[in-house]
Design a protein around this ligand. Structure first.
Ligand code: IVH
Length: 662
């Protein structure tokens, strides 16, 4: 066999395994075998650049080259759909078609996926172009980013047509969206408002290796080709499934208006059970001859229409706005309303986020506000009922001083939030900081509950973190509810935290914008607190993943003498202030991501994490579509397991890990 043949065979083999794994959720080879073949292909390709193919399975990882989006003209214009909002309009559509055709017609009902529409062009089974809708005539060439999405086949299988265009939607499942926003929050970047914006932003990333890290999926719903004569839309979907496309199983062929209503009612109620957002239902005439006869208008086909779910709304009177002070001093306005019934729950409170949002909504005192609950779980205030505004009502004035300690608030240029700068004296900040310090992922002092945490600060037993380590059993016994045993436990829990590794100490001390992931990155780049303290802005920003806001925040943290003194006290007490050298034991897990859950027979969770990391694996905190393995122990959380099963994440045991690193 020549090298070229070997490369081609490996590519074909891996394309097939990818499809089994990501689309069918039914892998037939072991992950090990898959990884070995992939590495072998990577080696061969590196040694033989003459056989480069942008559609090779190895290209799924993207590249670091920046790109400018080129504009491409669509082969056929990308039309939009007419919208309906109620049953009357659905029946108008259905009756019009029956009238024009002269007899009853079948309608395929599909979910209306809430993402970004995309056109994929395949020549001889190979993906050659992916473009966004743009203005319907011309779109952005996003091929390089699209190639990183596992549910977009790069190479088709079976008897696919020579020329094919597929249309569909790039979406971000909610779980991945939540994880992405959490990560962004940690590093001080703005969060995405909803999964659709996140999908769109990700597809337009300049750097495709960044796009490869975003949990995107693609669901296809429209097959365009002159090379196959399908009789119906449903048939075209089934055939496309066989060519390797990700087709939603949740479409239904409806024979009557009643069938259609049933489908609509079902999904209006069950939409929350899907792992991604939908914003309505799409109805399409199933028979392609009839579709042809009905034709198109300039804007949309006459054979299809969409029905948009209404976000449920309620009107409620604003009673007051409370301003919450977070541990970093950020002020969050929260609206307190008269209880209102909304989509099955009683709503009393809704976040107003910041002063800009209040101003944009132009909320006045005593206003009746409109609260909405769409697909999202959290209600939001979307407007004001001006007819009900009390006479002479004044606009809401955002406070100029901290509602708790009275210190004048500051607002950093370019940031939406106001914050209270009195970090050392402001009570909610002190309590919040201590609660963060002792939290599970930080110092993990679980012998101190919420109430005790608050008491310790209020009674001034603990002003700074170091005070915590000076607490004696006798002192704890003066707190309500404590007896000898519980006081001993509390102190023992505090002492145990001296073992917590440096990266988590960095997270615990609460430097602004330094979340868990960032603390790890900082600990790796600056393996002791002295090195971190000495780091300049330029040195910090030179580290991968560390952006401007974090670099500035670290520098200003160490510029504060109180902070430096506290670090010295903590060091003296015995907290870990440098990275323990983890011997790199191997590289067999390199390139793979892991989540662990539950308890294990032979390792503590921390040991297992260290073991994985010392073999090059990367730990993630939650299961997303980018998680390769979920290491499942006893009593693991059912939510993680369910998510992993839904996403098709490989679930392995402690034994498997040991085998993998041998
Ligand atoms: S069919 C010519 N089917 O909705 C018909 N569209 O408002 C092409 N969409 O631009 C569209 N789910 O981005 C179709 N099952 C589905 C859909 C769907 C979501 C989006 C699509 C389109 C928009 C129309």
């Amino acid at each position: 066999m020549t090298v070229e043949q070997e490369i081609l065979e490996l590519r074909e083999f891996l394309h097939k395994q990818n499809h089994n794994y990501y689309v069918l959720n039914a892998p037939i080879i072991s992950d090990m075998e898959f990884d070995q073949k992939m590495h072998h292909l990577q080696d061969l390709e590196a040694a033989h650049p003459e056989f480069y193919d942008p559609n090779s399975p190895t290209q799924r990882v993207g590249s670091d080259l920046s790109m400018q989006f080129e504009q491409v003209e669509h082969q056929r214009p990308m039309l939009s759909l007419g919208n309906t909002y109620n049953r009357g309009e659905i029946s108008d559509f259905y009756n019009r078609i029956v009238r024009e055709v002269g007899h009853a017609v079948d309608i395929t009902c599909e979910l209306k996926f809430d993402g970004v529409s995309i056109s994929l062009i395949y020549e001889d089974g190979k993906l050659v172009m992916a473009s966004t809708r743009g203005n319907g005539v011309v779109g952005d060439n996003v091929t390089r980013n699209a190639r990183t999405i596992h549910t977009i086949p790069l190479q088709l299988t079976g008897d696919y047509p020579a020329h094919l265009e597929m249309r569909g939607e790039v979406i971000m499942p909610r779980a991945g969206f939540d994880a992405l926003n959490r990560q962004r929050e940690e590093i001080g970047e703005s969060t995405f408002a909803n999964p659709r914006n996140a999908a769109s932003g990700s597809l337009k990333l300049q750097n495709s290796s960044q796009a490869a890290l975003r949990p995107l999926e693609c669901i296809l719903y429209y097959v365009l080709t002159d090379d196959v004569n399908f009789a119906t839309h449903a048939e075209s979907l089934e055939r496309a499934k066989a060519w390797g496309f990700n087709i939603s199983p949740n479409y239904r062929l409806c024979h009557s208006l009643d069938d259609i209503y049933e489908f609509v009612d079902y999904w209006a109620e069950k939409r929350d059970s899907l792992p991604y957002d939908i914003d309505g239902i799409v109805f399409k005439v199933n028979d392609l001859h009839i579709q042809n006869e009905l034709g198109l208008t300039a804007k949309s086909p006459r054979w299809a229409i969409s029905y948009k779910f209404k976000a449920e709304q309620a009107h409620s009177r604003l009673l007051s706005i409370t301003y919450q002070v977070g541990r970093t001093g950020t002020i969050t306005p929260v609206a307190n309303m008269e209880p209102a019934q909304l989509a099955g729950t009683v709503v009393r409170r809704a976040s107003l986020h910041n002063a800009d949002i209040i101003a944009a909504l132009d909320i006045h005192e005593g206003d009746t506000v409109v609260v909405e609950k769409g697909g999202e779980i959290i209600p939001k205030i979307v407007g004001v009922d001006l007819d009900k505004r009390p006479e002479g009502a004044q606009p809401i004035a955002f406070p100029t001083t901290c509602p708790v300690c009275g210190t004048p608030l500051v607002r950093v240029e370019g940031e939406a939030a106001h914050y209270c700068p009195n970090s050392l004296g402001c009570l909610p900040q002190k309590i919040g900081r201590l609660a963060h310090f002792i939290s599970r992922r930080a110092m993990n002092i679980d012998s101190i509950g919420d109430e005790t945490c608050e008491l310790l600060v209020k009674k001034e037993f603990v002003n700074t973190f170091s005070d915590l380590y000076a607490l004696t059993i006798d002192r704890i016994l003066t707190l309500p509810g404590f007896a000898q045993k519980s006081a001993e436990n509390l102190v023992a829990g505090i002492q145990k935290s001296l073992e917590v590794p440096y990266a988590r100490v960095l997270y615990a001390i609460g430097i602004r914008f330094v979340g868990e992931t960032m603390a790890k990155a900082l600990a790796n780049a600056f393996p002791s607190i002295d090195l971190l303290k000495a780091a300049t802005y330029e040195q910090l920003i030179a580290v991968n993943d560390i952006g401007d806001a974090i670099a500035k925040s670290v520098v200003s943290y160490f510029a504060e003498p109180d902070n430096v003194a506290e670090i010295e006290r903590l060091r003296h007490i015995g907290l870990q202030m440098e990275q323990k050298v983890v011997e790199k034991a191997g590289s067999s897990l390199e390139g793979f991501t892991f989540v662990i859950s539950g308890t294990f027979a032979r390792h503590s969770r921390d040991e297992l994490k260290a073991l994985i990391e010392s073999h090059g694996g990367k730990m993630l905190s939650g299961v997303t579509s980018k998680t390769n393995y979920l290491v499942a122990g006893d009593n693991m959380g059912p939510a993680k397991l369910e998510k992993a099963q839904k996403l098709g994440t490989k679930i392995i045991s402690e034994d498997d890990i040991e085998k993998m690193i041998q």
